[in-house]
Design a protein around this ligand. Structure first.
Ligand SMILES: [Zn+2]
Length: 110
């Protein structure tokens, strides 16, 4: 199951972002509890959020022209969605998502 939690805030002041974190963490906890979900670190970031397809490993040389140069220079592992072709790597978004989980719902991480 792939669940997207969203908010409707337009502001991004530091205070608003802390408030949004609290709301999102409460929503996340409610979803985890409602569906008795277990977070599996090994399976985090392995599904395309657009297509819900399992990502497939792709060699670095194959993505040279598909990712920004900075990403190509600094990342060695890539995955690709077999349906939409989108390329994924361990950039700031997954690292921030993991940090958010560790900060707000650490008891749900194995
Ligand atoms: Zn996809």
């Amino acid at each position: 199951m792939n669940v997207k939690i969203q908010n409707n805030f337009k502001s991004s002041s530091a205070e608003d972002l802390k408030f949004i974190d609290v709301i999102v963490s409460k929503q996340l906890k409610a979803v985890i509890k409602k569906f008795s979900l277990k977070i599996n670190r090994q399976k985090m970031f392995w599904i395309c959020p657009e297509c819900n397809q399992k990502l497939q490993h792709v060699e670095k040389d194959e993505v040279r022209d598909l990712v920004p140069p900075y990403v190509f220079e600094n990342c060695d592992k890539y995955n690709q969605c077999p349906l939409c072709g989108k390329i994924y790597w361990m950039g700031t978004h997954p690292r921030n998502a993991l940090r958010f989980i560790q900060m707000h719902i650490p008891s749900h991480l194995p």
